[in-house]
Design a binder for this molecule. Sequence first.
Ligand SMILES: [Fe+2]
Length: 351
Amino acid sequence: MSALGTIEDLPKEYVDDLVAQNTLPLWPSLRAMLPHGIPSRKTQATVWHYSDLRPNLMRAGELTPIEKAERRVLVLCNPGLGLDNMKATPTIYIGMQLILPGEVAPNHKHTPSAVRVVVEGSGGFTVVGGEKLPMEKGDLILTPPGLWHEHGHEGTGPVVWMDALDLPLVYGMEASFSTESPSQTIDKPSEYGITRLGLGGVVPYDSLDAPRVPYPMLRFPWKTVRANLRGLAGVTPKGKPVQLAYVNPETGRECLPTLGFSAIQLRPGEELTLPRRSASAVLHVVEGFGSAQIDGAGLKFGESDTMAVPTHARVTLANGSSTNSTYLFVVDDAPLQRKMGIYQVFSEDIK
Ligand SMILES: [Fe+2]
């Protein structure tokens, strides 16, 4: 295979003329844009330790009133992608959001898809589409694209949650914008979605005949997911992932258009090599501690830490405890890649 021509191979006056006409030759950049075998990746395997981040987040609570922030968030920026770009991976934005007792984050909706995973505190809530959703540690709350949502805090002490959005993707499409509105009227009973649809394989009969709503369940309590993981762990051979996907219970498919969510249990003393996947991902530690090898980078993680996983990466996770399980929440862009027809799981790394 011969090397492709470079820009230096071309006469300067020719290149100048191309540039003046807002054009460029493809071949000097072709290999960079379309490398052989594996994509070129700038995303670095990175860990953000919550113990480092938390003091600065609390300080933000002192420095900036919520009215001056709207959303009081510190963004986890992957150093390989440029801090200004606010990307944890090429498609995934991750922020740590602080809300203090009595504060409200006003009602809005936007084109990016968003979810929250509660990191600490209790008494926080989110209202989405007229349903008031309590927020307890580890809960997943969906705020799908185009649905009104607002946050509040009726408890004591700080509440922190992790925001995950497809903002880099939608912003890159020049399609990212929000709309504000006065506070919503709560018009659904407490625990509406989880009560109707959270039973696992059983749905209200009328939902078979009713027109489908795209996002029928908006809150996935960690208590339920954790119990289901423990059940799955009992029937999963050692070395195979104990991993549950969060899905739309009416379709059995991903619950948001672009981002996917799952939870992994590492059993006591377990080391787990995940199948290598084409999707990029973010891992967030709900409970426990351990270490990760991500494309050869060794990272230590503790509770509430967050890690970035590049596309096509090799990932091995090890539970640091020989007596307790460790639990991780996963965000990936597999739903987007599936829709694009480019999602792959590489069998050579499946153990
Ligand atoms: Fe929002």
